[in-house]
Design a protein around this ligand. Sequence first.
Ligand SMILES: O=C(O)C(=O)C[C@H](O)C(=O)CO
Ligand SMILES: [Zn+2]
Length: 276
Amino acid sequence: MDIRYSTHPDHAKTFTTEDIRKHYLIEELFVPGETKLVYTMEERAIVGGITPIEESLSLKGNDQMKAEYFLERREVGIFNVGGAGSITVDGETYAMENKDCLYIGLGKRELLFSSESAASPAKFYLYSAPAHKEYPTQHVAFKDIEGDRLGALETANDRVIRRMIHKEGIQSCQVVMGMTQLSTGSVWNSMPTHTHDRRSEVYLYIDLDENARMFHMMGEPTQTRHIVMKNEEAVISPPWSIHCGAATSNYTFIWAMAGDNKTYNDMDQVTMDELR
Ligand SMILES: O=C(O)C(=O)C[C@H](O)C(=O)CO
Ligand SMILES: [Zn+2]
């Protein structure tokens, strides 16, 4: 499991392109037949990708976590960003179509991930955070969530946001998770931008063509930097950092947060005048 330390904004200001990528960018999450995990000290979240091919893969505790099983002291939100598959939680199986979401609460022991077809494997994206009490395991199908329309084509940010794990949706201790889809011709997400000192966030960009690129913005509002990202890469946003971006085409992204509260609208909006 790769470990990422928290960074101070004064330090982040001095980062080269390589430093920024090393600290915040998460590449190669979906490796066929493997489970990839990154532990970030931001909220002690674990970000991961599980890509089963012929064999099922299980998500287990490890030495770095000092946990007998993965959810001994944690909860997890999972989206399938690949072909059809399933997740078995202590013997109960949940079918996971593309973009379906599953929340699994504290204390569940056996987590098994499978693909329906090795030719088009499921790709399970996970975001896990420490938990203090058990909430029920819940599945939500992408097709059952209508979502809310945000932005406009005129400002190149027409998009639909679907909140899955949040205050009024699937209950959790601290994980808040959802998916935003940009319409054809729209490229900007989360603009006007924001920070939220009470929570840190991770974005996973998906549905980008091989040659498309995302220019993800981060940093303090007056010290912005960018990271050039490809399809199926994730980026860690510390609580003091803006997080928004524009790509060379439309795309989808999964946002995941944890921290002091689960109030989606608790954001510190940044005005255009503040940005540097
Ligand atoms: O399109 C958007 O705007 C978003 O999806 C914003 C994220 O949900 C976010 O950053 C929440 O804090
Ligand atoms: Zn945010």
